[in-house]
Design a protein around this ligand. Structure first.
Ligand SMILES: [Zn+2]
Length: 357
């Protein structure tokens, strides 16, 4: 078994079988979108398929042979018929129109090895609108034997016209049993983080390796301390200097999603870090405030490509958190106060109407 094979993720198998079947029949779509939440191995699946398409003699299970010249060139990142585009500046940064123009030029050339020319845009949902539109023109009249693979977490962010021209390959989180089995073998300390990672094994693994557990618990503690008035937003923001805005906002979104889940479903609180504080927090706030606050966080996330003062942005979001939860707490106190009066009214046989206002 080659090294590449041992990297195969078991939850990819059904999707892989379909891709391999397309390849065998010579019916590879011009554009494929590998879509799914973070931590499911979308990029790995895309690269695996690119390898298979470029291999001179793919194996019966659809994988590249790992032995031919094409496979070696591909593994070394120097296959002349392969072209990949990623953000130039930083991992979460934008993919710009110039990068896509170079990709289109590549697609127009003829193949060096006489097979497919395979291009990859990862993550495609980081393309600017201009970049996505320039790609669309190519997809309307795709060159022969050219395959474009888009990898995207938020496929809906791409223009509908572009999406409609892609064959969708949707990855779902594996069944919990399979995810735990795989983690037990590869990263046992991440099993407890699977719920926090939305069931995505590689995400749980990344959390374990990055020490996210501790940071997540610390953020929940900050959110609670701000709600309870024990810590000012400015002071809380100082705890997060140097973390990187993108990572911090992802952590915040994770915490908010967990709070929302706790409010509306049976939450697996015992499985996640900072559970005691999270439990207290769910009791302290009125969850009606979460939706609007989450929108504000998303709006901030959208402007992360601009140069921002990290400290000020974190402060601002903590201040907004205090404002959002303060209003909601007042409302909650009024409601629970009223509910208490109603309850008293009922037990004493009085008219409920007497206690209104
Ligand atoms: Zn090969």
């Amino acid at each position: 078994m080659s090294a590449a094979q041992t990297d195969h993720l078991p939850w990819h198998q059904p999707v892989w079988d379909r891709l391999a079947a397309c390849h065998r029949r010579g019916r590879v779509p011009h554009a494929i979108a590998v879509v799914g939440s973070a931590g499911l191995g979308k990029s790995r699946l895309a690269i695996r398929f690119a390898q298979a398409l470029l291999c001179a003699s793919p194996r019966s299970d659809g994988d590249g042979c790992g032995r031919c010249r094409c496979c070696h060139l591909q593994a070394a990142g120097s296959h002349p018929d392969h072209y990949a585009v990623h953000p130039e500046s930083e991992p979460g940064g934008p993919i710009k129109i110039d990068q896509i123009r170079r990709l289109i030029e590549f697609l127009m050339r003829s193949s060096q090895y006489g097979g497919y020319r395979v291009t990859l845009v990862d993550p495609a949902d980081r393309m600017t609108l201009a970049a996505a539109n320039s790609l669309l023109k190519t997809l309307e009249e795709p060159p022969a034997a050219a395959v474009l693979i888009l990898v995207a977490r938020q496929f809906s962010q791409l223009p509908a016209t572009l999406r409609s021209r892609c064959r969708l390959v949707q990855l779902q989180p594996p069944p919990a049993v399979l995810a735990r089995e795989w983690l037990a073998e590869h990263c046992p300390e991440a099993i407890g983080l699977l719920a926090l990672a939305g069931g995505a094994p590689l995400r749980a693994m990344a959390y374990a390796q990055a020490g996210t557990e501790g940071r997540y618990a610390a953020l929940i503690a900050d959110l609670l301390a701000i709600v309870e008035g024990h810590r000012s937003p400015v002071l809380a923001a100082q705890n997060w200097t140097g973390i990187g805005l993108r990572d911090w906002i992802e952590l915040l979104q994770l915490a908010l999603a967990e709070l929302a889940r706790a409010a509306f479903t049976e939450c697996e609180l015992d499985r996640i870090p900072g559970r005691a504080d999270l439990q207290t927090l769910t009791e302290r706030i009125d969850h009606s405030c979460l939706h609007d606050y989450m929108e504000e966080v998303v709006a901030t996330r959208r402007i992360l490509d601009q140069p921002l003062n990290e400290q000020l942005v974190i402060e601002d979001l903590f201040i907004r958190w205090r404002t959002a939860t303060r209003g909601a707490r007042l409302a909650k106190d009024r409601v629970s106060g009223y509910a208490a009066k109603v309850a008293v009214g009922r037990t004493s046989g009085d008219s409920i109407g007497l206690y209104q206002g």
